[in-house]
Design a protein around this ligand. Structure first.
Ligand code: AMP
Length: 210
């Protein structure tokens, strides 16, 4: 099963991708996590991506498409995968088609802009494994420490309120058109993001099994 998760920053894509990944035993591929790792390690691709990410813009299509292509060629993707944060533009979606990848379902998690800032201000992400948390809705068992790997669960630099405003603009201008793109192909399912992780997961599972 090949899945795509769409949604504004802070809608819960990463958290739900982790739940789906565990349930269906398919890898979660987060281009944001791959890029953050590249920035941390100072790789050539990380150096190219850094300033875009910090300003809330998208990293150029050719950089991200290359990353994705290499990642889905890995063996663990043979039985399917869940894309979290890719595609983010129509050219990225077209590139995925050109790679011959068949997408089974595209799940959009819908959250209104007015709720995004509050959700993002409480978000924490593990620096080491990329796992997602929220201080209120999905807290770590020990404050600041990732339950899964013991790494530090921290606030992302681009989760600062000024950058979130930019990321939301970017989402509406460049990523939201993918909702129609996949609806026209009959692949889109939509769920309304709830405050609680379990409540959203229930809707997500119902939508995937429908
Ligand atoms: P995320 O963790 O998905 O919110 O991604 C963090 C940042 O990485 C985004 O704001 C973009 O700058 C960059 N990014 C992640 N995925 C993509 C993508 N598919 N296309 C372009 N930029 C991306």
């Amino acid at each position: 099963m090949n899945l795509i998760l769409l949604g504004a920053p802070g809608a819960g894509k990463g958290t739900q991708a982790e739940v789906i990944s565990a349930k269906f035993n398919i890898p979660q591929i987060s281009t944001g996590n791959i890029l953050r790792e590249a920035v941390k390690n100072g790789t050539e691709c990380g150096i190219k991506a850094k300033s875009y990410m910090e300003s809330g813009a998208l990293v150029p299509d050719e950089v991200v498409i290359g990353i994705l292509k290499d990642r889905i060629a890995e063996d663990d993707c043979n039985g399917g995968f869940i894309l979290d944060g890719f595609p983010r533009t129509v050219p990225q979606a077209e590139a995925l088609e050109a790679m011959g990848v068949n997408i089974d379902k595209v799940l959009s998690i819908d959250v209104e802009d007015a709720a995004i800032q509050a959700r993002i201000s409480g978000r924490r992400v593990c620096e080491k494994c990329g796992a997602s948390y929220h201080i209120e809705y999905n807290p770590t068992k020990v404050e600041g420490i990732c339950d899964k790997c013991g790494g530090n669960a921290v606030q992302r630099k681009d989760d600062a309120p000024e950058t979130v405003v930019e990321r939301l603009k970017t989402y509406h201008a460049q990523t939201a058109p993918l909702i129609d793109f996949y609806a026209e192909k009959g692949k889109l399912v939509r769920v309304k993001g709830q405050d609680g992780v379990a409540e959203t997961s229930k809707l997500v599972m119902e939508a995937l099994e429908a």
